[in-house]
Design a binder for this molecule. Structure first.
Ligand code: 2NL
Length: 352
């Protein structure tokens, strides 16, 4: 170690200053206290800084050693104050975060827990049913190209069926080239482009239409569509699949029936109806006394759709079907107005 350079600046003087500074450091409970303690020793008028002046009064031969003692003490104290400041800052930050924490459950009336939206619960149950029947679940983008959403589905630019969708377009690329998908069918197009048959898949997801909200319409809703492509698939397979699904999901008291319909992407096409879940077929207001309610549509995949995705219609045939998940939940739980599905009113959500 370094010898005592002179009676005016001996080692013990520096040690005493350093010891006092470390005691003040340990005592500082806040960043402010710490800054004050640091300034008192290392600042312009600080105790250690003042000792610098003594160096000038020393003999030439003692200056170097004295300077080293002071510098070493300064370096140790600077490091100690820096480390303590970091620790105090971290503590202050944790305290601030704790103070600012907002407990959203405090506003709930009682010990109530959140739950999945009824639409999500319904979608999960539908997926389970179809997975149980051997289908896989596929997803795709909600922002789509005109080609995937319309053209590949046998709806060329001026096709009248397009106007039935009231599409929401994005300002992206060529005018009306990019849109919010109006149905989940483009996911099936992507699947057929990506992989060769056989395909047994369902596609659940959110779709968008420029509809004014009312009891039966919301501008965004969820759909599930199914697609089967294999050798020798017939309309009988379609009818059997719809019936099997209906019984598996709703129970044996509910059955399905098909009635002729038109969709541009299927031929022949059908809409499918199920036994009214409110009156179980007896006839009531919901089913206008018929005992049946419409659930969705289906049909054999149109050869033009196969042509668009490069599947040989001589080798492969297939069927597709689709229905609204919100509409299904509305029927299953007898919900008079679909808008409550998105309201997040606890008086509604707590029931499921
Ligand atoms: C409905 C009717 C349907 C399809 C969707 C479809 C998809 C491809 C090819 C052929 Cl890639 N068809 N989907 C077919 C018939 C009906 O939905 O009422 N949806 C809510």
């Amino acid at each position: 170690m370094i010898d005592t350079p002179s009676p005016h600046l001996d080692r013990s003087t520096v040690d005493a200053v350093e010891a006092r500074a470390l005691a003040a450091l340990a005592h500082a409970a806040t960043l402010e206290d710490l800054r004050a303690a640091q300034a008192a020793v290392l600042g312009k008028r600080g105790e250690l800084t003042e000792l610098n002046a003594v160096i000038g009064t020393l003999a030439d031969t003692d200056r170097k050693a004295a300077g080293a003692v002071l510098n070493e003490a300064r370096a140790r104290l600077t490091a100690a104050f820096g480390a303590r400041a970091e620790a105090l800052e971290a503590g202050a930050r944790t305290a601030r975060l704790d103070a600012e924490r907002l407990d959203l459950t405090e506003t709930l009336p009682g010990p109530q827990r959140g739950s999945l939206s009824l639409v999500t619960q319904t979608r999960d149950a539908l997926e389970d049913t179809f997975v149980g029947m051997g289908f896989v679940v596929a997803e795709g983008p909600e922002v789509e190209s005109d080609w995937h959403n319309f053209e590949a589905l046998n709806m060329p630019p001026a096709h009248p069926a397009r106007s039935g969708f009231d599409t929401l377009y994005l300002e992206w690329g060529e005018q009306e080239s990019t849109l919010l998908r109006t149905h989940t069918s483009p996911v099936q197009i992507r699947l057929m482009l990506d992989q060769p048959p056989p395909i047994y898949a369902v596609m659940p997801g959110r779709v968008y239409r420029k509809d004014t909200p009312d009891a039966r319409h919301t501008p965004s809703f969820s759909q599930i569509e199914g697609l089967v492509v294999d050798r020798g698939i017939s309309f009988g397979d379609l009818a059997g699949t719809i019936d099997t699904f209906t019984r598996a999901y709703f129970g044996p008291q509910i059955s399905a029936r098909l009635r002729p319909a038109y969709f541009p992407f299927t031929e022949p096409s059908a809409e499918f109806e199920i036994t009214c879940t409110i009156c179980e077929g007896a006839g009531c207001r919901t089913c206008s006394g018929t005992g049946w309610v419409e659930l969705g549509g289906c049909g054999m995949v149109h050869p033009n759709v196969f042509a668009a995705v490069g599947i040989d219609p001589e080798e492969w045939t297939g069927f597709a079907f689709g229905f609204g998940i919100d509409r299904l939940a509305q029927m299953r739980y007898a919900i008079p107005d679909m808008r409550v599905l998105a309201d997040n009113d606890l008086r509604f959500t707590a029931q499921f």
